[in-house]
Design a protein around this ligand. Structure first.
Ligand code: S3P
Length: 195
């Protein structure tokens, strides 16, 4: 009797733990709403939210645009790798990665365990209209519209390696959030059934 009780409790605890261990990681281009949607999802699931760009800014004491200007993109990418991998190692939260982070093999490898990646996919024109006048995104400032389209096409091949893709074009914020919550529920069930 006591043993049964104990086993049941260990079982329940291990299900909870394995669900809680996973992070939901939002990926995609600049302007795809990773931070905005990530915050909403986190508050619905009562989980912490980490915006990796914000973390980079608070750790370095510099805005992303200042890091690019003062130290260059290579330095930024190295720092981004370090911070992203650290964030992905800890558990149980919603993460918004920077738009270029998923292109880095080491970050993608770090994502493999304990993380569920979701690509917020939008059509190029919509993304460009959102970011073209951005003063805070150094990558946008140095590219023409044509080059940005090419960048989105090239990156999309890598983004498509994410565990899930959401076609966001016809969806509003609430519908995107709902899709992410459905993915979370689905992963919960998978996790329950494989215990
Ligand atoms: C970048 C995207 C930015 C930021 C940096 C580089 C990129 O993040 O990391 O400006 O290469 O796409 P957001 O996607 O959050 O804007």
């Amino acid at each position: 009797m006591f043993n049964n009780f104990k086993i049941r409790h260990i079982y329940v605890f291990s299900i909870k733990k394995s669900l809680m261990e996973k992070n939901l990681v939002l990926i995609g281009m600049m302007g795809s709403g990773k931070s905005t949607i990530g915050k909403i999802v986190a508050s619905k699931l009562k989980l912490n939210f980490v915006d990796v760009d914000k973390k980079i800014e608070s750790l370095s004491g510099l805005k992303i645009s200042e890091i690019f200007k003062k130290k260059g993109e290579i330095f930024f990418r190295k720092f981004e790798e370090e911070v992203s991998i650290n964030v992905l190692k800890s558990e149980c939260k919603i993460v918004a990665l920077g738009g270029g982070a998923f292109l880095n093999d080491n970050i993608r490898n770090a994502l493999r365990s304990k993380n569920i990646s979701i690509w917020l996919k939008w059509n190029s024109q919509l993304l460009i209209s959102r970011i073209i006048n951005s003063k805070t995104r150094p990558i946008v400032n140095k590219l023409s519209e044509k080059e940005l389209i090419k960048l989105i096409e090239n990156r999309s091949k890598i983004y498509s390696k994410a565990d899930y893709k959401i076609n966001c074009d016809k969806l509003d914020k609430n519908e995107i959030t709902k899709k992410i919550l459905d993915i979370y529920k689905n992963e919960k069930n998978i996790s329950k059934n494989t215990q």
